[in-house]
Design a protein around this ligand. Structure first.
Ligand code: GDG
Length: 735
């Protein structure tokens, strides 16, 4: 693998200025730690904002920073205060953040924010384009840069791009609210691998892709016109060993070495050994469920009076976005609640809530984790929540209880924790009680399992799994491209076909010669297609056959005047040029009354679907249904049909948004071979787009040139992207 470059809103360091001198302090956050190994090992650059508004510095100073950053393998994107206001505070934090955390009421719909977001995303992408070379891999991070993957792809179509979203991806019903929803999702789809913390976020994203852009999603792959994109869940981990070893040190420190906070904590327990501490740590944010937590604690003290004077909640709230109105209101609400509870239950020697509104050094953080009997993490929405994992890693003696909100991504990995609904205050109070009274043995049992899991999938494993996926997707794309008909391959194929003396050409109709329409009767041949067919049939050495799942009447009406053979209903009927229809195989339709009621029940229950009746088959069409409901009902129907037909000579065919039940024993492959029997041809060309055409690709002799329209796995020897590329190929044959 060539270089891997990282792109994130901030560089992994902060820049300190003393007069004209600049020094760097490395960031210690999870992302910086996890990525440091990746971008250094793979010799890449980190592209991000420097953290200083550009107008605060002269051009000379900016150049000076850029030069110094070279040694750190970093490239700065310099942003002005206005850009930060509009792109970062505005669109990122006042539009995407509330929307993706289900706080739609806080969204500020402001076109200036959106314009700045696009402009700044383009600045990031341009910086990447200036740095990256062909064959490199680029890993873009988070909600501030959703448009960057597509912007890079436009300039560097052949690089591999990964994107990881650190916050939740909301359900389609919420995501659709945004006026710029399609642009955002298209921006993300510039990537080859798209990662989320949980499978739920992943499936919400797929649902938006399907509904807004109509791309097919099969398992965890999105099939675009010219690429395959992998979506997957990669739950981010922490630097487990760092937390474990530092927590280990806390217990070994002599009294003089201990911090003031640590001494205070020890004093608290000295006053009464059966005292307990509950810990919560978060940034000040409405997603974190801080007021709920305080109210639940109040409810707990009310209902379990025996714990008054014995339990303290330590709340570390790190200031953030202090100038934004909602955050100001939240801060006053918290201040008020804390005041009320401390006033109500506190005393000379007892403060129910110790409230720190500031950031603390790492050492203090570890002391808090080590000293607290319970961690109470109650966000109303949280992408992952690393605090929960850090608490678990810091419990070196394996005691302690984790209470976690089911709305945090991390809850999926913490089956042994006490899981609560953050909006249910009595339930949280009950969980606090359960945690405080949990026998030590049970605590150890639960904690041991949690620790094992969190230590195995740490931040380094997370990063390397994501990198592995970016490698895997390269192989997938290569396999796809290997079969793709490029301009050169097309030239060779055309020469080969034209030198043949007698050619059999099999053409599927829908999805191959014409695009899909909501109403199947609207997919009539257009003038261009008529012209192509006329030119093809005018060469007596071309034997053209349209081979389709359509009924006889429609194809005859549309193409009857051409000098082409027609094979319909997936091979049931054949009309040779100038002759009458004949049946390729004798079939029965006596089964139809048994199957029709089942299909009708699906039509009744699934708006937009309908039944098409052919001579020897019944088809349920769901193209006009709501995409997800159609897919879901389609899967149900297939299942029911399989059970029903097991003892009958019937087949279920799955086409593009159709499920067809037909008499067994005949398919396009059998039909094509019957048609070719006793004919002298020295070149066979067959084109088709769906599952029913795969029979043809498999049955035809190996020397046949078989071409699949679309990206999916296929038995065909070649692929083209679209109906348009099919027409280009056919035109090249007749030119
Ligand atoms: C996003 C998503 C997702 C906190 N206070 C102090 C301090 N911290 C450290 C913690 C922890 C980190 O900050 C907070 O991590 P979170 O996971 O809670 O949230 P974010 O990183 O803000 O946000 C989130 C995450 O990305 C990763 O993908 O989990 O859901 O919102 O590491 O230890 N560190 C120090 N002093 C403090 O006072 N030193």
């Amino acid at each position: 693998m060539n270089k891997i470059h990282i792109v994130s809103n901030r560089l992994p360091l902060s820049i300190n200025q003393v007069k004209d001198e600049f020094t760097f302090t490395p960031s210690v956050g999870g992302l910086a730690t996890g990525m440091r190994s990746i971008y250094k090992d793979f010799g890449g650059q980190w592209i991000g904002w420097s953290g200083i508004p550009s107008e605060d510095l002269t051009q000379e100073q900016l150049n000076g920073i850029d030069e110094k950053l070279v040694d750190e393998n970093c490239k700065a994107v310099h942003l002005s205060s206005e850009e930060i206001n509009l792109y970062y505070e505005g669109f990122s934090n006042n539009v995407i953040w509330p929307l993706f955390h289900y706080f739609a009421q806080y969204i500020e719909y402001n076109v200036d924010y959106w314009e700045a977001y696009k402009k700044v995303n383009q600045r990031f992408a341009d910086k990447v384009v200036a740095v990256a070379e062909e064959g490199d891999t680029i890993w873009v991070h988070d909600y501030q840069l959703l448009l960057v993957p597509q912007m890079i792809r436009e300039k560097l179509p052949d690089v591999t791009i990964g994107f990881f979203l650190h916050i939740p991806f909301p359900s389609f019903e919420v995501f659709r609210i945004l006026p710029w929803r399609k642009e955002l999702i298209s921006g993300m789809l510039g990537a080859d691998v798209i990662g989320f913390h949980t499978y739920d976020y992943e499936r919400h994203f797929f649902s938006s892709v399907r509904r807004l852009l109509g791309y097919e999603v099969s398992f965890n792959q999105i099939h675009m016109e010219d690429r395959i994109i992998l979506g997957d869940a990669f739950p981010m981990g922490i630097d487990y060993e760092k937390f474990r070893s530092n927590a280990d040190l806390v217990f070994r420190k002599s009294l003089p070495e201990k911090s003031d906070l640590h001494k205070e904590l020890e004093k608290y327990f000295l006053m009464a050994p059966d005292r307990k501490l509950i810990l919560s740590i978060d940034r000040l944010d409405y997603t974190k469920g801080i007021p709920n937590r305080i109210r639940a604690f109040e409810y707990f003290l009310e209902h379990y009076p025996e714990f008054r004077n014995r339990v303290t909640l330590i709340m570390l709230v790190v200031p953030s976005r202090a100038e934004v109105e909602q955050y100001k209101l939240l801060k006053s609400e918290i201040d008020e609640l804390v005041g009320r509870i401390n006033g109500r239950f506190g005393g000379i020697n007892y403060t129910p809530i110790w409230y720190f509104y500031r950031a603390l050094p790492f050492e203090n953080l570890i002391e808090l984790y080590s000293s607290s009997d319970v961690a109470l993490v109650t966000p109303v929405r949280d992408g992952m929540n690393l605090v929960a994992k850090e608490y678990i890693a810091s419990r070196v003696n394996q005691t302690g209880v984790m209470v976690i909100s089911e709305m945090a991504g991390v809850a999926k990995e913490l089956g042994e924790a006490i899981i609560i609904n953050p909006n249910n205050e009595p339930e949280i109070a009950e969980a606090i009680y359960q945690a405080l009274t949990m026998p030590l043995e049970e605590q150890r049992e639960r904690m041991a399992v949690l620790q094992q899991r969190i230590s195995r999938y740490d931040v380094f494993k997370w990063a390397s799994e994501f990198v592995d996926s970016m490698k895997k997707v390269q192989t997938l794309q290569q396999n796809f491209l290997a079969k793709k008909i490029t301009a050169n391959i097309r030239k060779e194929l055309v020469t080969h076909i034209r030198t043949a003396k007698k050619r059999a050409i099999f053409l599927d109709y829908d999805g191959t010669l014409v695009g899909f329409k909501n109403d199947p009767q609207a997919a009539k041949p257009d003038q261009e297609l008529h012209d192509i067919l006329t030119a093809l049939e005018s060469d007596p050495d071309n034997m053209v056959t349209i081979i389709s799942g359509r009924d006889r009447e429609t194809l005859e009406r549309w193409l009857g005047d051409h000098k082409v053979n027609l094979i319909t209903e997936h091979g049931v009927w054949l009309r040779r040029i100038g002759e009458q229809w004949e049946m390729i195989e004798n079939l029965s339709s006596s089964w139809k009354p048994l199957i029709r009621p089942l299909l009708e029940s699906y039509v009744d229950r699934t708006p937009g679907t309908f039944i098409e009746e052919k001579n020897y088959s019944l088809v349920w069409h769901f193209r006009k249904a709501e995409p997800e409901q159609g897919e879901m009902r389609g899967n149900e129907l297939k299942d029911e049909l399989h059970n029903m037909i097991s003892n009958h000579n019937l087949e279920i065919m799955e086409g593009n948004k159709v499920i067809e039940v037909k008499a067994g024993g005949i398919n396009k492959g059998v039909a094509a071979m019957r048609f070719l029997a006793n004919k002298q041809v020295d070149c066979i060309l067959a084109l088709g787009d769906d599952w029913t055409d795969e029979y043809m690709f498999r049955e035809l002799p190996e020397s046949a040139i078989t071409v699949k329209v679309g990206l999916k796995n296929t038995a065909a020897s070649y692929k083209v992207e679209s109906v348009n590329s099919v027409r280009q190929l056919l035109k090249a044959l007749i030119e």
